[in-house]
Write a protein that binds this ligand. Structure first.
Ligand SMILES: Nc1ncnc2c1ncn2[C@@H]1O[C@H](COP(=O)(O)OP(=O)(O)OP(=O)(O)O)[C@@H](O)[C@H]1O
Length: 384
């Protein structure tokens, strides 16, 4: 599977942009700020329904416009077939998708159709950053690997917002406030849904971590040598989640104990939005003990492990994005990621300077896109 054509309208800094691609390596080369990452971000969004750079989709729409569109032709060589995907991103309102010009779908309906893994400078921070970065990694990975995950995540996010609003209302109401009873019974309903959806999300994420564990461990051996044992564990923010069939009842009791605190703070105090994924190296938490280089190795191994799982699940190699990673990597890791990239069906690489492109025979056949020239056509308003 590979992307044969990409068209953007009002996506980030691109009014219009049209690009044709072939399988193999495509290098998007151009000075800082020209819009290279914006292009690969559009591909990432089409695949995962999310971007590693933003948690909401509004920043993806060109400033001053209401709506952006991403269109892509995806060619499946085995089936000798090309499928057209179209995603519409709105500053306000739900994002929509269409396949082959068919009926309007939710974006989540197409998430995971195009397997993809993006390597970015933030991968090193997967180890060192706050838990939110690891949760975002798990959300993106689970959206590709677990059917229905993107849907559960969206529904949970909605329920969590509603529940927090009610908690705030209850905090502001006094005992004689007529709206208090309605808010209390509303809270009971939202809490039930919050527990069910939260449990589902957590269990899906745990299943993903279970599947990642073995390839991750093996890849760290391959990248850093057999003396480096890496571990992966899901860490829920509260233990009841692990109690099997009793979990919903025990979590509900936990919420009752938390009620006063939640109302006082107007927030959901427990839930999957507070969980973490623990990354260990040789028996110690990597976040506190690993060196910068080791963090890079762990980040790269995690993303490569995702590639392996996607290939198993889809029976085809995922599309790989290497966004601005070469400038940050030392020689050894550059060589490792190049060896990995050269074995993939389609790879997009962004670089700011020609000197950032490793001098390696595996890139000899790469197709280079001059982003400055593309930009000039965009700025001239050339009709594409
Ligand atoms: N919603 C938006 N509307 C208009 N312009 C935007 C929007 N979001 C980002 N930009 C612009 O896009 C540009 C950044 O593009 P991008 O991150 O793709 O650059 P890049 O070529 O990858 O640069 P670098 O090499 O520095 O990473 C910035 O000039 C930024 O102001």
């Amino acid at each position: 599977m590979f992307i044969s054509r990409l068209a953007l309208d009002h996506f980030r800094s691109w009014d219009h942009c049209l690009l044709d691609f072939t399988p193999g390596v495509t290098i998007l080369q151009g000075a800082n700020g020209l819009g290279k990452t914006n292009i690969v971000e559009a591909i990432e969004f089409l695949s995962t329904g999310a971007s590693h750079r933003t948690s909401s989709s509004a920043p993806l729409v060109e400033r001053g416009f209401d709506m952006a569109a991403i269109r892509a032709n995806v060619t499946d060589e085995d089936a000798a077939r090309t499928t057209t995907y179209e995603v519409t991103i709105r500053v306000k309102g739900a994002n929509r998708a269409r396949v082959n010009g068919g009926p309007s779908l939710y974006l989540r309906d197409i998430v995971g159709d195009i397997p993809l893994v993006a390597f970015t400078p933030d991968d090193q921070r997967l180890v060192s950053a706050d838990p939110a970065a690891r949760r975002q990694f798990l959300n993106q990975t689970a959206s590709l690997l677990v059917r229905g995950y993107a849907d559960t995540l969206q529904r949970f996010t909605h329920v969590a917002k509603q529940r927090a609003t009610l908690l705030k209302q209850l905090g502001a109401a006094d005992d004689f406030d007529a709206s208090r009873d309605a808010a209390l019974s509303g809270l009971e309903i939202w809490t039930g849904q919050y527990i069910d959806l939260g449990l589902q999300l957590t269990r899906d994420r745990m299943a993903v971590v279970d599947r990642l564990r073995a390839p991750f461990h093996e890849l760290v051996h391959e990248l850093a040598g057999a003396g480096n044992d890496a571990e992966l564990d899901y860490e829920p923010s509260f233990d009841e989640i692990l109690q099997g069939e009793d979990a919903p009842r025990l979590i509900s009791e936990h919420f009752q104990r938390l009620y006063a605190g939640e109302v006082a703070r107007g927030r959901n105090l427990i839930g999957p939005q507070r969980d973490d994924m623990l990354i260990g190296l040789n028996g110690f938490p990597a976040r506190e003990f690993a060196s910068n280089g080791e963090m890079w190795t762990l980040g790269l191994a995690l993303k490569m492990a995702v590639c392996r799982l996607l290939e198993e699940r889809f029976g085809t190699q995922p599309i790989v994005i290497l966004d601005d990673v070469f400038a940050q990597l030392d020689e050894t890791r550059r060589a490792q990621i190049l060896r990995f990239a050269a074995a993939q069906r389609q790879v997009f690489i962004t670089v700011a300077a020609a000197s950032d492109i490793p001098d390696d025979e595996r890139l000899a056949d790469a197709h280079v896109v001059d982003v400055a020239a593309l930009r000039a056509r965009n700025d001239d308003g050339e009709d594409l």
